[in-house]
Design a protein around this ligand. Structure first.
Ligand code: U2F
Length: 564
């Protein structure tokens, strides 16, 4: 069956059920975005032309909202608790629905069981039963519930699962045996899924798939209206919980800011003003999302205190014409040194409150400074006061961008198919590689017979030998490219080393998330023995890693030029 774009979301709103505060928040959001989704669908339909899109049967099981997992989020929706996850789930549901797929939504264990066809009263069905869904979107809580209640079917069908995972899961933490042996201990990892089955909120790491969410897109008239209506001296502080105001040393930078601007906050409070919030701050209390947007439209500056990490609000602020000012983290925060990230299955280092804003957007919209350095802070405020910025939203965070990306994933990502081409250590009869003219990197010959139908298409591969101590994520970025882990199997061969003229003294195949790599002292070449451990992340001064890179579309980093 072909999928047909939908523009009326009223049936989706019914599917979403009711009752919980979290669902009410999500439904309001979906309703508010209806016109944007419809327009985006129209545009994408035009862009894709007549391309065939298969309709999938999809189950969305939102594990963190189930009572069985404690549902700590719903009661805090109106009290300043996290909303980022709900923003994202609302948008995932809308995107899947607008793309025309068959949708079931569950937020309790009972509903999950009945949709999976687990017989009532049978906690754990030992038999494999046919699964009526092509795809299941869930989170770590939901994954645990499915493992407990699907019996043997879980193993059989786990390739159909996609895990919405805000901060990401690195391959070294995902591989059970490797993680256990090498101390990648976490509360969440060890699932042995294909790392691309984890889908993140921002493009944190190319080892996972970037799912994202959307923010409101403005037309030219609206942009002009917003620019004309800005209060040039108004700053809004990022954060809905009084806790963020407990930050040590805030008095210094706040008093500087207060010299130049009127400071507003949207901090939740019960009856009294929260004592953490200084008297000179105009606190509006937690605002409903549309009113929060209105406030951002008037403000000149949106300022972060360092927490929450990597949320949606800075994108909304920038989309509404604010400058986002945030603190640089030195040393960077990670699961190794910060409580918030501890136990999360990643060692990614976070160099500021919002690395995406810093690295993908940057100046003039985003300023990342050292808040402990008063001169640097004050200079930034002064510069911001005199800069004019236009509202800006990266394409990948528009409704059209999100639809395009999810469409591509649904049509092309298949984790149930037998694993990739060249098994470790084998040599292709005829080398599919060509050494680029400047003799620095490998390209995949367009006429190579291996890997037809691979996605992303193999001809977008550019392979580089990274410097010692450099991760593939960074090595690819150095060349204006992005690391593409699904290309690792192509490089995991003696042939690739040979073509790059690496002088291998010997060649060995082992489990190590940094392989394939060249070890400098000893001149030994290492191949990867375990495909699940192919990883863009990770580095060691001992190794020069062999890195698969690819190009990407401007504003849509998840997709290569020829990926649609
Ligand atoms: C992030 O979660 P948060 O909920 O703290 O993320 P925010 O960036 O604050 O934004 C979430 C939404 O809250 C809305 C705003 C955003 O879409 O429009 N909002 C509002 O409705 N009313 C207000 O007064 C202020 C904001 C992140 F997304 C999570 O994944 C993390 O768990 C969390 C902790 O790092 O941070």
């Amino acid at each position: 069956v072909q999928a047909v774009f939908r523009s009326n979301l009223s049936h989706l709103l019914e599917l979403m059920g009711s009752g919980k505060e979290s669902l009410i928040f999500m439904k309001k959001r979906t309703k508010r975005f209806t016109a944007q989704w419809a327009l985006a669908a129209q545009r994408l339909a035009q862009k894709l032309g007549g391309v065939r899109r298969d309709q999938k049967q999809i189950l969305v099981h939102i594990g963190f909202l189930t009572e069985e997992s404690g549902d700590v989020f719903s009661p805090r929706v109106l009290k300043g608790g996290p909303l980022g996850e709900m923003v994202q789930w609302a948008d995932i549901l809308a995107a899947l629905y607008v793309l025309g797929h068959g949708l079931r939504i569950t937020v309790s264990l009972k509903e999950l069981q009945s949709n999976l066809g687990v017989p009532p009263g049978r906690g754990n069905c030992p038999l494999t039963m046919p699964l009526p869904f092509d795809l299941i979107y869930t989170d770590y809580h939901g994954l645990q519930q499915m493992k407990q209640h699907m019996g043997l079917s879980f193993r059989k069908y786990r390739c159909r699962i996609r895990v919405i995972d805000t901060f990401g899961t690195e391959p070294a933490y995902n591989h059970e045996e490797y993680a256990t042996l090498h101390g990648y201990r976490t509360n969440w990892g060890y699932w042995n899924l294909n790392p691309k089955q984890f889908m993140t909120m921002f493009p944190h790491t190319p080892d996972n798939s970037f799912m994202g969410f959307v923010s409101e897109e403005l037309n030219e008239t609206e942009k002009q209206l917003i620019k004309d209506g800005k209060a040039s001296k108004m700053a809004v502080v990022y954060g809905k919980e009084a806790n963020i105001w407990k930050l040590q040393g805030k008095e210094k930078f706040l008093s500087i800011l207060n010299k130049y601007m009127e400071i507003h906050g949207t901090v939740y409070y019960e009856s009294q003003r929260p004592p953490e919030v200084p008297a000179f701050v105009k606190n509006h209390g937690l605002l409903p999302q549309p009113e929060f947007q209105q406030l951002l439209r008037k403000a000149k500056l949106f300022i972060g205190f360092g927490f929450p990490y990597e949320g949606p609000a800075p994108l909304e602020a920038i989309a509404n014409g604010c400058v986002f000012l945030q603190s640089r983290f030195s040393p960077p925060h990670s699961s190794l040194n910060h409580e918030f990230f501890r136990g999360k299955p990643t060692s990614r280092e976070v160099f500021s409150q919002h690395p995406y804003a810093e690295n993908f957007i940057g100046k003039p919209h985003v300023w990342t400074v050292d808040y402990n350095n008063s001169e640097e802070f004050e200079a930034a405020i002064q510069a911001i006061m005199t800069t004019q910025v236009d509202p800006y939203l990266p394409y990948e965070y528009t409704c059209e961008g999100m639809l395009e990306r999810i469409h591509a994933y649904i049509q092309h990502q298949d984790f149930c198919a037998a694993p990739g081409p060249a098994p470790p250590g084998t040599r292709a009869p005829q080398s599919p590689f060509i050494l680029a003219p400047n003799a620095t990197h490998l390209e995949w010959a367009r006429n190579a017979s291996l890997a037809p139908g691979a996605w992303p298409p193999a001809h977008s591969l550019r392979a580089w030998l990274a410097a010692a101590g450099r991760a593939c994520t960074d090595a690819c970025l150095d060349h204006g490219l992005i690391c593409e882990p699904s290309f690792f199997p192509f490089l995991n061969s003696q042939d690739a080393f040979q073509k790059l003229q690496v002088p291998c003294d010997g060649i060995e195949s082992e489990m190590n998330h940094l392989y394939p790599a060249f070890a400098q002292p000893g001149q030994e070449c290492f191949l990867q023995k375990e495909p699940l451990l192919f990883s863009c992340a990770g580095s060691s001064t001992k190794y020069r890693r062999l890195c698969p890179c690819r190009d990407f579309r401007k504003g849509q980093v998840a997709l290569c030029q020829d990926c649609l």
